[in-house]
Design a protein around this ligand. Structure first.
Ligand code: 5AD
Ligand code: SF4
Length: 440
């Protein structure tokens, strides 16, 4: 199983592994050993989508070699490229036995049986009526103290650059009761932190325990009641769905971590309008002002695109200005990549590649300076850190601060899963390190 792209795919890969484990499959990281290879793919930018075809080339060679030894190799393309390209994949790469859209993962065992009977080129990309989450088997022991939980899928926002509304479909929210049950099982197995996932997670509106629609803040409050669960996070949010109720939850709900990923995409209102973002730069700044009023220490992160069609030098300066003003703790930045079928792909005034590259480099310098500023302020302070795993050096553990910073500290590996107080001694762009001075 190879997973590309976002955390939703990571979660889906885990659930598929569980379904396959029930069928007797064991995971391997060695492609040549695999009776079944699954590529769980991402379609968000061209580079991500093209990686799949180079991997399929390698798998084709492996399949041939294994066939010489009399071994069968079944090849599956899952995820967003599967959903977006469907039949096109088997046409371009006939080596593929199964193309499996993200809404059909629960059908994997049945489809495997069909492949073992010799069927090839199966394309399964419909949006079935049944709920894949309910149909997937129960979760196995998690491998980590921090786990993902998909609560919402799909997006109805239709930003003009984005394929998500086409690959993941309309918004769908899982019911509160099913999520609380899944979260409880995770906690029983040692998970202390859960990150709620959704393409538009703060648009969550699942059925509550009493049948009434429940928003994300309501779901968080239900989850916060679970004893043993210490930390709750959620991602990714749209500024338009950042309700007052959710902002209040950041003030009142102790288990909700002070971190928020809130993409703004571009700083110029003209570009934001062409992106169909439904917010202006001013509205975004006003919103983060209100969030900081509720939770002054909150760490904000964001996504930014440079070189959207029609973006002028002056428009790009607005993006840099917004980055400075917003004081982000973290930011992901991308060159605009035209995606087939989206409105922006055919807009006039596509920006040349070298201009995009130059803007991205300037933006990343500004962002990096922000990381250093953000991390630097913690030197000398003490932070509660959830110890997650062993570090690169002997005797060292790595954990996360409430602000999602990686923190290194020397500790016994038996302490993984504990939340400890760490006095921060030094800060780099990508991590902090310090000394444990107590339990939190
Ligand atoms: N080109 C570049 N970046 C994109 N993103 C989404 N679509 C595109 C595209 N066509 C970025 C957005 C989004 C993040 C997940 O990926 O910034 O928030
Ligand atoms: Fe894509 Fe996010 Fe816009 Fe939805 S809100 S269309 S997922 S960028």
């Amino acid at each position: 199983m190879k997973t590309f792209g976002c955390q939703m795919n990571v979660y889906d890969s885990e659930r598929m592994s569980e379904a396959l484990a029930a069928e007797g499959y064991v995971e391997t990281s060695e492609p040549a050993e695999a009776d079944l290879a699954i590529l769980n793919t991402c379609h968000i930018r061209e580079k991500a989508a093209e990686k799949v075809y180079s991997d399929l080339g390698r798998l084709r060679d492996i399949k041939r070699e294994r066939a010489r030894d009399g071994k069968e190799t079944l090849i599956t393309v899952a995820g967003c490229v599967a959903q977006a390209e469907g039949d096109e994949i088997v046409r371009r790469a006939p080596v593929v036995d199964l193309v499996l859209g993200p809404q059909s993962y629960h059908r994997l065992p049945e489809l495997l049986a069909r492949m073992r009977r010799g069927e090839t080129s199966i394309v399964e990309t419909a949006f079935p009526d049944e709920d894949k989450f309910q149909a997937l088997p129960d979760r196995r022991p998690p491998r980590a103290v921090s786990a993902f939980l998909t609560v919402q899928e799909g997006c109805d926002k239709f930003c003009t650059f984005c394929v998500v509304p086409y690959t993941r479909g309309m918004e769908y929210s899982r019911p509160v009761a099913a999520l609380v049950a899944e979260a409880r099982r995770l906690v029983e197995r040692g998970v202390r932190e859960i990150t709620l996932l959704g393409q538009n997670v703060n648009g969550y509106h699942g059925d509550g325990p009493d049948g009434a629609p429940t928003a994300l803040a309501g779901l968080i409050r239900h989850l916060a009641e679970i004893e043993g669960l210490s930390r709750i996070r959620y991602t990714t949010s749209h500024p338009r769905d950042m309700s007052d109720d959710l902002i209040q939850a950041h003030r009142d709900e102790e288990k909700l971590m002070p971190y928020l990923h809130l993409p703004f995409q571009a700083g110029a209102d003209r570009v934001l309008a062409a992106m169909n973002r439904k917010h202006t730069a001013g509205e975004y700044l006003d919103l983060i002002g209100r969030i900081r009023e509720a939770r002054p220490d909150i760490a904000l992160s964001t996504d930014i695109i440079v070189g959207f069609p029609g973006e002028s030098d002056a428009d790009f300066e607005e993006t840099l200005k917004l980055v400075e003003e917003a004081r982000f703790a973290h930011a992901f930045s991308f060159k605009y990549s035209p995606r087939p079928g989206t409105p922006a792909a055919t807009m006039d005034e596509q920006v040349p590649e070298d201009v995009k590259r130059e803007r991205l480099a300037r933006l990343q310098d500004t962002i990096d300076a922000g990381y250093r500023r953000f991390n630097g302020q913690f030197v000398g302070q003490t932070l509660p850190v959830l110890l997650e795993k062993t570090g690169r050096y002997e005797g060292q553990l790595v954990g996360r601060s409430p602000y999602l910073q990686l923190v290194h500290a020397d500790a016994d590996p038996a302490r993984v899963g504990e939340i400890v107080e760490v006095e921060i001694r030094s800060a780099g762009a990508n991590s902090l390190s310090g000394v444990i001075c107590g339990s939190a």
